[in-house]
Design a protein. Sequence first.
Length: 287
Amino acid sequence: MSEIQSIGVVGAGQMGNGIAQVSSLAGYSVTLTDISEAALAKGMASVEKNLGRMVRKERITEAEAQSALSRIGTSVELASLAETQLVIEAATERVELKYKIFEQLSAATSSETLLASNTSSISITAIGAHTDRPDKVMGMHFMNPVPVMKLVELIRGLATSQETWDSVEAAAQRMGKTTVEGRDMPGFIVNRVLMPYINEAVFALYEGIASVEDIDTAMKLGTNVPMGPLTLADFIGLDTCLAIMEVLHQGMGGDSKYRPCPLLRKYVEAGWLGRKTGRGFYTYPAK
Ligand code: CAA
């Protein structure tokens, strides 16, 4: 297969707009899609803001920022991705939604289009089985914030071909990312390790071992991580953390090691989802 030149991104949220940004900065022609014009406008505003910040920090020139912006088109129709060589799906982390999007992508795109998912924990093999081309489907898991974090986790489904793997790996590297290969098992590498750690921090709070602040200070200063686990949970979104814990718990046959902490569930029930709702383990000023 020839080198990828065009990339479609499904979902203009925090992950999707970050992926669109790093793709356009790498020189790809990008089409960003979402279900509403309002979501697209919000996503593009975030790309503009981040590119502006890079210009102010003299990482890129104003001309490079403008050129990157001009390479991103937007659409509310998946049909606009018909001739795109690689589509990266970054929709909400819900199994049924992902399956539906991949069924729609099968119909909307050329049979040659490679389909990648930014899922953080859902089976790539199962996603592939909801398409007409499981050999052209794989996992491409970016970290948040996408423009800053250097890693992309690549995941091979049972049917993923080597050709697909090579093309997607090359695209991630052209975006300046370091790649690692994880097996298609719940949580892959990062979330298999990170989420039980965050969940355990919530258990420590639930059991009254320490306060929110002290748990974070202990881990931040005691293990030299940039954010304590509860700050990081708020940053990721408590609903996302819970969804990933559910996937781990179910996918590992109900192993109690992965039981989501009841307090995490309570926060999600309350709508205290972290930074994005202004309240999680901490409270945040309205944006
Ligand atoms: N978009 C773009 N750039 C951003 C950004 C954003 N949302 N947030 C921060 N930055 C940039 C800043 O501009 C700054 O750039 P320079 O180095 O060029 O100056 C740099 O990142 C550092 O930012 P700040 O100085 O404002 O703040 P900080 O030093 O506190 O860093 C952070 C912020 C990068 C988010 C840092 O706290 C961090 O690395 N936290 C951990 C993040 C993490 O673990 N992410 C992975 C989450 S897990 C995941 O994503 C997978 C999953 O499936 C759940």
